[in-house]
Design a protein around this ligand. Structure first.
Ligand SMILES: C[S@@+](CC[C@H](N)C(=O)[O-])C[C@H]1O[C@@H](n2cnc3c(N)ncnc32)[C@H](O)[C@@H]1O
Length: 272
């Protein structure tokens, strides 16, 4: 349990309110790579009712609707909800908190959360909530990044901060960002929330960004916690971090593009 979940939530919310377009441009092509594995894990079929939790720009919701499900997307950021509505006019999106879903019990056949759980102050509550809104037999799946040694984009920025920056800047304390990057922790979390038959699968993902400062700019302008960490550094330190990141990207650069392995885990389980 973190010391002040409300403070962390407010920090996250303020961050997400600022970046829907930046997130969509930079992360959309990456996080969309987990949609097919998520929908496979929940065995989505035409006619099912489906909930996309922490829906952001609405990628998973839109994909589920395209497959014939009746879909609701929920996100706590009004700006993200507005972005999702503009992009997917025929899908329903609503403001709401993953830790206190504004939905009745047992309403959905399936639910998923794509890269949302690592942004929550109280992820255990969100897992309980996901289970509560499913009908008996319903399936839930969530995706998370693999550890930073494997998700090269995160590894490069964190290493650069470790080498040149102050990693313990004053930011509201949240749960460890890579907590669920361990398949055993995913399984444990699902079981503790009351789910059964957990399964965790690996998803290969590739992130293509402009070479040079592409990764630095994305991390500084289109994330929340990592952006907070970078923006809290002194300008001279930030410049060293930027240089370090450029250097580390050289071996992933082809032409004007960097290609970074960014694997993920998809964890799923059933409510009996
Ligand atoms: C990394 S983005 C994932 C967006 C989207 N699911 C995707 O496929 O790319 C995280 C999303 O979680 C939302 N979020 C963070 N904390 C939340 C909370 N407590 N309740 C609901 N949404 C939350 C943010 O607003 C943001 O849209």
């Amino acid at each position: 349990m973190i010391p002040d979940p409300e403070k962390f939530r407010n920090f996250e919310l303020a961050g997400w309110q600022e970046i829907p377009s930046g997130y969509h441009d930079a992360f959309g092509p990456l996080t969309r790579q987990a949609i097919a594995p998520l929908l496979k894990a929940v065995r989505l079929k035409k006619g099912m009712s489906f909930l996309d939790i922490a829906s952001g720009p609405g990628y998973v919701a839109a994909a589920a609707a395209k497959r014939g499900a009746t879909v609701l997307g929920i996100d706590f950021s009004a700006a993200m909800v507005a972005h999702a509505r503009r992009s997917h006019a025929s899908v329903e999106f609503r403001e709401g908190d993953a830790e206190e879903l504004p939905c009745g019990n047992g309403l959905f056949d399936a639910a998923a959360m794509n890269f949302g759980i690592l942004h929550l102050g109280q992820p255990e509550k969100a897992l309980l909530e996901a289970r509560r809104v499913l009908r008996a037999g319903g399936r839930f799946a969530f995706s998370v990044w693999a550890k930073p040694e494997e998700t090269i984009g995160f590894g490069i920025v964190l290493r650069a901060v470790e080498l040149h920056g102050e990693p313990r800047v004053e930011l509201p304390e949240g749960p460890p960002f890579f907590r669920y990057s361990d398949p055993d922790e995913c399984t444990r979390g699902l079981i503790v929330a009351g789910f059964e038959s957990p399964a965790v699968t690996r998803v290969k993902q590739l992130w293509r960004l402009p070479a040079g400062d592409g990764l630095f700019n994305v991390m500084k302008d289109s994330t929340v916690r990592t952006a907070g960490l970078l923006r809290a550094q002194k300008p001279t330190v930030l410049e060293k971090i930027r240089e370090e990141m450029r250097g580390a990207l050289a071996k992933y650069t082809k032409g004007g593009i960097v290609e970074l392995p960014m694997p993920a885990w998809v964890a799923s389980a059933v409510k009996r």
